[in-house]
Design a protein around this ligand. Structure first.
Ligand code: SF4
Ligand code: SF4
Length: 200
């Protein structure tokens, strides 16, 4: 069965003297190679040079801190449940007295890991997070030699205070507008006393 029209009938005819010398074929090949010296390169010198990418590019994740430097993640597990690749695992712990500056809520992620080889960079963890703790960024995952090195823990995921990662470009005008609604105060710390039972 013919799959394409690119097939050629093989000829077994005797080679001419010129063909046996291979010189015309060599010259033709060198001319093609030489012609590329004057053409615009299709490649770039990565990682020295990088191509522009979209503001909402989905690369390596970041676990955000709040303005005071406390980790926003409360180990609720919503991201892990939403993840179609089952790439996220975590272990929660209770915040101790005196750790208020480290963790924003009473429960925090003692261990938080993402397997970057399982991840399909869909962004569903980012959408599922009720605390704006996890975002995908424009950073590319580093090349490693061992599979185990692709399992990123908090040491690689949590942003440092000195190198904050700006994710504002990922917030669409609609999302920013949504957060302004007084009735929905997005990401506000939970306060049971504020719930108006009459409305529920
Ligand atoms: S980007 Fe998608 S696949 Fe990757 S960890 Fe998040 S939810 Fe899972
Ligand atoms: S990153 Fe967000 S969704 Fe995931 S456990 Fe932390 S707070 Fe919950």
């Amino acid at each position: 069965m013919q799959l394409t029209n690119r097939s050629k009938v093989v000829s077994n005819k005797e080679q001419t003297m010129m063909e046996k010398l291979y010189i015309p074929g060599l010259l033709k090949g060198m001319m093609i190679t030489g012609s590329h010296l004057f053409k615009k390169r299709a490649t770039i010198d990565y990682p020295k040079q990088k191509r522009p990418i979209a503001a909402i590019y989905r690369g390596q994740h970041v676990l955000k801190r709040d303005d005071n430097g406390a980790e926003r993640c409360t180990a609720c597990g919503m991201c892990a449940v939403a993840c179609p690749a089952e790439a996220i695992t975590m272990e929660s712990a209770e915040r101790k007295k005196g750790e208020e500056g480290l963790y924003r809520e009473e429960k925090y992620a003692k261990i938080y890991e993402i397997d970057m080889l399982r991840c399909i960079y869909c962004g569903l963890c980012e959408e599922a997070c009720p605390k704006e703790a996890i975002f995908l960024t424009d950073r590319l995952v580093d090349v490693e030699y061992e599979r185990k090195d692709f399992v990123y823990g908090k040491d690689k995921l949590v942003e440092t205070m000195t190198e904050r990662i700006d994710v504002s470009g990922r917030q669409t005008p609609e999302v920013l507008e949504f957060k302004k609604r007084p009735g929905l105060k997005h990401n506000e710390l939970f306060d049971g006393k504020k719930i108006d039972n009459k409305k529920h």
